[in-house]
Design a protein around this ligand. Structure first.
Ligand code: AMP
Ligand code: MG
Length: 413
């Protein structure tokens, strides 16, 4: 067996360094920027009103009040406006350019409009700049808007759109091929034949890929047949940036996947027994000139999920340009025991983690346990890392990887 850290290092160090490409902004949510972006335009670009009201000269209100003659109205989008002279005001709408001569805005709610509509009474003195947005308030020319390595959030995309930027050097979403292998996997949705089971791993992995923001590519199901496995994995390597297959990496008579990954990956490939439970058998190699990683995960759905989290997700994050590869790991108080026996492995146990009223995160084992019981772990939102030893008792602190942070605050009842 090899240690989890060593297996992971082997995988991450085998990966090619990704290069950013020029990409359209509208598909970059969650992607990583590959260049620094400076502001070329100031935002706002011109002085404008932050309120609906009256544009006026602060000088006119020095005495503490004033009655001003209304000489016109300015709307957002107007290209020109009347010049505001002494004793004058214009009606002004939010976002409308501040007319020349005026230096502040009195909001509508604060002004008393004469019923004739021809004059307005201002009841206090104003300082220059009140309710006026000046050029560069939000963004100044030359300001850094994005740093290479930043993940593009909706707000960042908005800021870039505010500069008229429509494309950016960024890291493409990896295309991830997903293949299921096994003679037992039913090919149709009809009633199951003798010995058949339904393919759980392919939909599971396609969803995990999609949830991470990458592009899932369905490579289908193949039998435990050497030639078919080789053909389908090779096709995946040609078409995708990474390939994930499940089944056939153990020591069964028909476990050809690890052989094929060995051939595709050559000296880069390794078939491992990782010191973890579940997820011990694992094959990996990088194939072809593009050094496409091929992951051979074990067939048990829970093992598949755990191996995806431990090996595939960090690798794909690296290929997608992320600096932080790992899910967050935090300490939690155990509400139920996590017993285990010494076997030289780290145990990864699906738990339900919740923040309690006192702000402390508590974890409880997801109902049942076993590497083939996906339904038992479907409600879990964290993976407890139970170190080698005799297990942990209720009340002990455990380190756990957060799989779904949103669920941390879900109700426990
Ligand atoms: P293997 O890794 O091929 O030895 O498979 C281990 C276990 O996982 C066996 O019980 C398989 O039937 C099961 N299994 C393999 N592939 C899948 C799949 N795609 N969906 C559900 N179970 C699977
Ligand atoms: Mg199998």
């Amino acid at each position: 067996m090899i240690a989890l850290d060593e297996a992971k290092r082997f995988v991450l160090e085998s990966l090619a360094t990704p290069s950013p490409e020029m990409l359209a902004l509208d598909d970059l949510l969650g992607c990583v920027a590959g260049e620094e972006v400076f502001a070329k335009e100031s935002v706002p670009g011109f002085s404008n009103s932050s309120m609906d009201g009256f544009a006026l000269r602060s000088l006119d209100t020095l005495s503490g009040s004033a009655t001003l003659r209304i000489i016109g109205a300015v709307f957002a989008g107007d290209g020109s406006s009347p010049h505001v002279g002494p004793g004058e005001a214009t009606r002004i709408m939010t976002g409308a350019p501040l007319p020349e001569g005026a230096d502040c805005v009195c909001m509508k709610e604060e002004a008393i409009l004469d019923p004739s509509g021809e004059s307005v009474r201002i009841g206090r003195s104003f300082s220059a700049g009140e309710f006026v947005r000046v050029p560069g308030d939000d963004v100044k020319v030359g300001q850094v808007l994005v740093v290479a390595g930043d993940e593009l959030s909706p707000a960042t995309l908005g800021v870039l759109a505010g500069q008229g930027i429509a494309s950016l050097r960024a890291y493409r979403r990896p295309r991830v091929g997903v293949l299921s292998t096994g003679n037992e996997l039913a090919r149709s949705l009809g009633p199951l034949g003798a010995g058949e089971i339904r393919d759980v791993n392919r939909p599971l992995l396609l969803a995990l890929v999609k949830e991470s923001g990458w592009v899932p590519v369905d490579l289908g199901i193949v039998h435990d047949d050497y030639a078919s496995i080789k053909q389908r994995l090779s096709d995946g390597v040609d078409d995708c940036d990474a390939v994930v297959s499940t089944g056939g990496v153990s020591v069964g008579d028909l476990d050809h996947v690890k052989t094929v990954i060995g051939e595709l990956g050559g000296t880069s490939a390794r078939s491992m027994q990782v010191a973890i439970k579940p997820g011990k058998p694992f094959a990996f190699g990088v194939a072809g000139v593009r050094r496409v990683p091929v992951f051979g995960l074990p067939g048990n759905p829970v093992s598949t999920r755990v191996s995806f989290e431990l090996f595939v997700r960090p690798s794909l994050r690296l290929l997608a340009g992320h600096r932080v590869l790992e899910r967050p790991i935090m300490n939690m108080v155990l509400d139920s025991a996590l017993p285990r026996k010494k076997d030289g492995k780290i145990h990864l146990v699906h738990v339900v983690a919740r923040v309690h009223d006192d702000g402390v995160v508590h974890a409880e084992r997801a109902i049942r346990h076993g590497s083939h019981l996906l339904s038992a772990v479907a409600e879990a939102n964290a993976l407890a890392i139970v170190p080698e030893g005799d297990g942990l008792a209720a009340g002990d602190v455990v380190r756990a990887m957060i799989l779904d942070a949103d669920q941390l605050s879900a109700s426990t009842t």
